[in-house]
Ligand binder design. Structure first.
Ligand code: HXC
Length: 524
């Protein structure tokens, strides 16, 4: 707002007025009509989004008066703020950097100077050790700026990769995100999409129609439903800009400022020795009775609060954040309610990525195991379950954060290892009395080991049943593995919360050094 200051000399008054007038022009973005169009589409403007995201009054803008990068096709074109608003502020009192693409200015398209504004805040974030949050709403490469625009993307992608694991990077998708532009969010730690008003794809419906003759809408091709349920590209979704931005704030509360710090503590009144008696009803010894691992997690963690990541994709495995005794933990768990909790290609990718995210940001990992194995089938084999399953093994072995594994019921075969067994680097392994650790289930094992005896028997069914019983007595329990030191203790179910909190406390100052290497060659 321009204010007259009669006490100042005339020249200074004019300079101030000019600055304020220029600022007002920038803040108006593409003008009232385009901003209204944005609101009519149920969206906030770039600046309103920043206001909704950050603590009140905390935003400091940089690059305010940046102009576009020129070029023959940009002559005479106005681009207030260069199509992106950038700066720093706080969320819950913690400093973050933010860029918010302004669709009202040339469709939020990315030109050379637009990219320079974005990379400026990314560099400041890395130097000061603070998270970066990108609010994406852009028509992609600015066509008029040609290769300069592509170069701008390159500068951003490069930093997304170089700062990966240095500071948390979160992408909110609040409008179009198409073409190569999708790769900046894809290189960040988390993608949160707004349902119904955002989409991500490499080639749009028109190109697809001309190449493959498939008819598809923007939403069917790359809306929030697609990426949170089918492709696994996005981690979370919410209804509308404000809900997405709230999720960003919630998510940030589980992350540290940077890779050298720990996530913030969240004090709780939930007693650390609260008995988990409900678990006795939930998880019975009858292995054919499935249960929902969500209920186990909610029963054990502080205040029953579990912030799930990718809740609607690969539901046979659960990943998410919670607190135990005030400390953040990453939880990975098989969910016997879906596909008997078997490990699939998608489940392996989901868990491997989450484990790596936890390890980057000093978040201890709790692994809850109830798994019969990798999902058998030609489709899974041909699509590369070997390659994908290997990612999970690699991620667990590579992670040096405190790792506790709790076997709730079955833990068989290769999946026993993929769910962070002792040998794969778990610091402490617990089991409930309901647990069973073996190479495979009793039925399968008896059929293989005693095939001849069963075949030669006068009553094969009775012999099979007897052999299954024998095998169960011998192996379908936690004590064989405990006897050999693969399980550190078999614990009462109701004592789970107390034991986990006490054990993570014991591991708090864990240090683990690995042999020198440039970087590992993880399976991809
Ligand atoms: C410059 C652009 C632009 C672009 C849109 N505009 N796209 N300006 N470069 N890429 C301008 C329009 O001229 C218009 O200006 C304003 O932005 C809003 O666009 P509309 O089309 O009116 O909006 P809407 O109807 O909502 O449609 C949105 C849209 C459409 C679906 C995103 O604009 C569109 O298809 N744009 C082209 C997308 C695209 O092909 N981008 C390049 C992708 S390739 P006025 O002045 O009228 O407001 C790419 C490669 C990246 O991104 C590679 C990285 C490695």
């Amino acid at each position: 707002m321009t204010q007259t200051r009669p006490d100042l000399n005339l020249e200074l008054q004019e300079l101030i007025a000019s600055m304020e007038q220029r600022r007002e022009q920038v803040e108006a973005g593409g003008g009232e009509a385009r901003q209204q169009k944005q609101r009519d589409g149920g969206k906030l403007t770039a600046r309103e989004r920043i206001t909704a995201l950050l603590d009140e009054g905390s935003f400091l803008e940089y690059g305010t008066f940046t102009e576009h990068g020129g070029g023959a096709l940009m002559r005479g074109v106005e681009a207030p703020g260069e199509g992106v608003v950038t700066g720093s502020g706080t969320i819950g009192g913690r400093q973050v950097f933010v860029f918010s693409q302004d669709f009202t200015v040339l469709g939020g398209s990315l030109g050379k100077m637009n990219a320079a504004k974005v990379t400026k805040v990314m560099d400041l974030a890395a130097r000061t050790g603070c998270p970066v949050i990108g609010l994406n709403d852009s028509a992609g490469a600015r066509i008029q700026e040609g290769v300069d625009s592509l170069s701008g993307y390159g500068e951003i992608f490069y930093r997304n990769a170089v700062y990966s694991g240095v500071v948390p990077q979160i992408s909110a998708i609040l409008g179009p995100c198409a073409g190569g532009a999708v790769y900046s969010p894809a290189l960040t730690d988390f993608i949160i999409m707004s349902r119904g008003s955002s989409y991500m794809f490499i080639t749009g419906p028109e190109v697809i129609k001309s190449v493959t003759r498939e008819d598809v809408t923007f939403d069917q091709l790359g809306g929030a439903d697609v990426h949170t349920r089918k492709s696994g590209v996005a981690h979370l979704e919410a209804d509308g800009d404000e809900a997405v931005l709230r999720k960003v704030r919630e998510l940030l509360a589980f992350l540290p400022q940077n890779a050298r710090e720990k996530p913030p503590l969240r004090p709780t009144t939930d007693p650390s020795d609260r008995a988990n008696t409900e678990l006795l009803e939930l998880v019975t010894p009858d292995q054919r009775r499935p249960y929902d691992m969500h209920r186990v997690i909610e029963n054990v963690v502080d205040d029953g609060q579990f912030f799930e990541i990718q809740p609607d994709w690969a539901k046979n495995i659960l990943c998410g954040f919670a607190h135990l005794g005030g400390r953040v933990v990453g939880v990975v768990g098989n969910n016997p309610k879906y596909m008997a909790g078997t490990l699939t290609i998608d489940a392996s990718d989901k868990a491997a990525r989450f484990i790596r995210t936890c390890d980057c940001y000093n978040i201890p990992i709790l692994t809850l195991v109830d798994v019969t194995g990798f999902l058998p089938g030609v489709a899974q084999e041909h699509a590369g379950i070997i390659r994908h399953g290997a990612k999970m093994l690699y991620a667990y072995a590579e992670a040096t954060v405190p790792k506790i594994t709790l076997i709730t019921r079955k833990s068989y075969g290769g999946a026993y290892l993929a769910m962070n067994s002792r040998d794969m680097g778990a610091d402490v392994v617990y089991a409930w009395p309901t647990a069973a650790v073996a190479v495979m289930g009793a039925e399968g094992a008896a059929n293989i080991v005693y095939r001849r005896e069963i075949g030669a028997s006068e009553n094969p069914d009775a012999t099979r049943a007897e052999k299954i019983r024998d095998y169960k007595d011998a192996f379908d329990n936690p004590y064989v593995a405990a006897a050999k030191g693969y399980i550190d203790d078999v614990i009462p179910m109701e004592d789970t919360r107390r034991r986990l909190i006490a054990t993570f406390t014991m591991l708090e100052h864990k240090q683990e050094q690995r042999p020198y290497r440039k970087h590992g060659n993880e399976p991809l």
